[in-house]
Design a protein around this ligand. Structure first.
Ligand code: NAG
Ligand code: NAG
Ligand code: CU
Length: 168
């Protein structure tokens, strides 16, 4: 199959099955990245963050960094945690492992307090298809869901494989 056709097939599959839950990478600030005049309210407005998704902070590492802060108070006051807690690669990925509010700031002077470099998100539970662990010899009432779940997982793996083939 030609690469163009593959793109087509992938597009059709992704269009037909919008309910398939795949983890999302959210690039903070989109093209502008993690930069001064970031607007947390505007950037998060149309997004739903879920456990399993990833935040990607792209920034000039000479100018900025990323700290996770523990609570709303520290966030509001722009309290910078110890330097050893900084993320500094310039392209940091943060996997969202738990639900609830998460707070991130830039630790450079005034960037959080005056230049908008602070992000608060509310992470929702993952949209998971239940996958009960099968007990041999004891068919559970959820076994149909289990089969569905493995089907979905296999399907998601297939999609990922196709996507990889298309992008390399
Ligand atoms: C951030 O975006 C919100 C929503 O679009 C807007 O109301 C607000 O004025 C913006 N804040 C700044 C500091 O630009
Ligand atoms: C908020 O987090 C800061 C920094 O970790 C900590 O010192 C403070 O006690 C926390 N406040 C509350 C109310 O948990
Ligand atoms: Cu900064």
């Amino acid at each position: 199959m030609a690469p163009g056709q593959m793109h087509g097939v992938l597009a059709v599959i992704l269009t037909v099955l919008p309910s398939l839950a795949l983890a999302t990478d959210f690039v903070v600030g989109d093209k502008a990245g993690w930069a001064i005049n970031f607007n947390s309210t505007a950037w998060t407005a149309d997004k739903v963050f879920r456990v399993g998704d990833t935040l990607v902070f792209n920034y000039n590492k000479d100018d900025h960094n990323v700290f996770k802060v523990d609570n709303a108070t520290a966030f509001q006051k722009c309290e910078v945690p110890p330097p050893s807690n900084a993320l500094t690669s310039g392209s940091d990925r943060i996997l969202l492992k738990t639900s609830g509010k998460k707070w991130y700031i830039c630790g450079k002077p005034t960037h959080c307090s005056e230049k908008g470099m602070k992000l608060v998100i509310n992470v929702q539970e993952a949209l998971e298809v239940p996958s009960p662990s099968p007990v041999p010899g004891a068919p559970s009432p959820n076994s149909a869901n289990g089969i569905l779940a493995s089907g979905y997982q296999a399907f998601a793996a297939a999609i990922a494989a196709i996507a990889l083939l298309v992008t390399v």
